[in-house]
Design a protein around this ligand. Structure first.
Ligand code: NAD
Ligand code: ZN
Ligand code: ZN
Length: 347
C-alpha cells in the first residue's frame, strides 16, 4: 500500500510502498478515506533530532476517517464496513487518565515512544492504518469522511480548549481568536454554537483567513498589525478581551494576547509557534490572568464534536488533495496558501 512516510529527521516525507498491516488481538485495520493535514505535521517534519518525544520512521497523518477493513480476534462492538473517525492521541491505555478517555493527558506520556497516530506510530496518510484499539474509533454515520477527519484534531483541539475556559465564556463576553487556519476557523464556529451571545474577534495575517473568519461567524475580523492590541481593546469596551485563544503561539501573537487580555481573563495557548511569554509579577499578563496550554482533546469530547457536526453546527472548510499530491498540499500549507484544512484522499 502507498504511505507518506517521514524517513528520518531532516529528510522530506516520501510517498512509498509498505506492507499492509494485519490486525492482531484488539487492533483494527481501517481503509483510510480521508486524512487531514495539520500545521503540527510541519513542526514534526521540521524537527531536529531530540526535538520531539518520538522518532522516525513512521507514516504521517493524525486526523483520520475511514471504513473498518478488518478486526483482530479480541475486538467486539465494531465490524468491517463501519465508518469511523479516529481519536488520535493514543496513550498507554491503562493509566487512570487513559481509562477515563483522557489519553491526551496520559500519565505515562513521557515513557511512550509516540504521541499518537502519525506521531511516532504509523498514521493515516496511507491507504490503510492500524488502530491499536477499537476504543479510539468514533462512528460517523453518514458524515462525509473528508469532514470527519479534520474534526478529530482541528475540531477537537479548539473544542477542548474552549471547554476548559467555559466559566469565562459568559453571555456578552469577548473572545479573540488569533490565527484562523484549520483550528481557528472551527474555533469560531464552536464558540458561536456553544455561546451564541459571545462577541468573537478574529485576527490573522492573511486577508483570505479573515474572510473565512467572517463566514464562520466572527463579529469583527482584523489584520495583525502594530495597532491590533488597540483594536481588540476598543472592540471590548476598553476593558480588554475576556478570553484569548492563540492558535499561532508566536512571539508576536503571545505579546498581543497578553496586552489585549482583560484583568481576570483567560489566555489559552494552542499554537506551537515557539514564542515565549514571561509569567512574572508584575509582568505582561494582567492581574488575575490565567494561562493554559491545552493539548488535543478527550475521547468523550470527540463524540461531542462529531455529534455537533452531524447536527449541522460545524462545517470544515476543506481543500481536497489526492494522497499522491501530498507534496503539493504540504508546500501550500507551508506557504500559507491554504484556506481552512487540506485533506488527503487516497487515490
Ligand atoms: P494553520 O496553518 O492551518 O493556521 C494557522 C493560522 O495562523 C493561519 O491562518 C496563519 O495565517 C495564522 N497566523 C500565523 N502567524 C500569525 C500571526 N503572527 N498573527 C496572526 N495570525 C497568524 O495551522 P493549524 O493546523 O490550525 O495549527 C495552528 C497551530 O496549532 C500550529 O502551531 C499547530 O502546531 C498547533 N496545534 C496545536 C495543537 C494542540 O493540541 N495544542 C493541536 C493541533 C495543532
Ligand atoms: Zn494536529
Ligand atoms: Zn495512559
Amino acid at each position: 500500500m502507498r504511505a507518506l512516510r517521514l524517513p528520518d529527521w531532516g529528510l522530506p516525507p516520501v510517498l512509498t510502498d509498505v506492507d499492509r498491516p494485519t490486525p492482531r488481538d484488539g487492533e483494527v485495520l481501517l481503509r483510510v478515506e480521508a486524512a487531514g493535514l495539520c500545521h503540527s505535521d510541519l513542526h514534526v517534519i521540521d524537527a531536529s533530532p531530540g526535538g520531539m518525544p518520538f522518532r522516525p520512521p513512521f507514516t504521517l497523518g493524525h486526523e483520520i476517517a475511514g471504513r473498518v477493513a478488518a478486526v483482530g480476534p479480541a475486538v467486539a462492538g465494531i465490524a468491517p464496513g463501519d465508518r469511523v473517525a479516529v481519536y488520535g492521541p493514543w496513550g498507554c491505555g491503562e493509566c487512570r487518565r487513559c481509562s477515563a478517555g483522557r489519553d491526551n493527558y496520559c500519565d505515562r506520556r513521557s515513557e511512550l515512544p509516540w504521541a499518537g497516530a502519525g506521531l511516532g506510530l504509523d498514521g493515516g496518510m496511507a491507504e490503510y492504518v492500524l488502530v491499536p484499539s477499537a476504543r479510539h474509533l468514533e462512528p460517523i454515520g453518514e458524515l462525509d469522511p473528508v469532514q470527519a477527519a479534520p474534526l478529530t484534531d482541528a475540531g477537537l483541539t479548539p473544542y477542548h480548549a474552549i471547554q476548559k475556559c467555559r466559566p469565562a465564556l459568559l453571555e456578552g463576553s469577548t473572545v479573540a481568536v488569533i490565527g484562523v487556519g484549520g483550528l481557528g476557523h472551527l474555533a469560531i464556529q464552536i464558540l458561536r454554537t456553544l455561546t451564541p451571545s459571545l462577541f468573537v474577534l478574529a485576527v490573522d495575517v492573511r486577508e483570505e483567513a479573515l474572510a473565512l473568519a467572517d463566514r464562520c461567524g466572527a463579529h469583527l475580523s482584523t489584520r495583525m498589525s502594530a495597532d491590533t492590541g488597540r483594536v481588540l481593546r476598543d472592540a471590548s469596551g476598553g476593558y480588554g478581551v475576556d478570553v484569548v485563544l492563540d492558535f499561532a503561539g508566536t512571539e508576536s501573537t503571545l505579546d498581543l494576547s497578553a496586552r489585549s487580555l482583560r484583568a481576570d481573563g483567560e489566555l489559552v495557548v494552542v499554537g506551537s509557534g515557539g514564542g515565549r511569554l514571561s509569567v512574572r509579577k508584575p509582568g505582561p499578563l494582567p492581574q488575575g490572568g490565567r494561562i493554559s496550554l491545552p493539548f488535543w482533546g478527550t475521547r468523550p469530547e470527540l463524540t461531542e464534536v462529531i455529534s455537533l457536526a452531524r447536527s449541522g453546527a460545524l462545517r470544515v472548510e476543506v481543500e481536497r488533495f489526492p494522497l499522491s499530491a501530498a507534496g503539493e498540499a504540504l508546500a501550500r500549507l507551508r506557504a500559507g496558501q491554504l484556506k481552512g484544512r487540506a485533506v488527503l484522499v487516497p487515490d
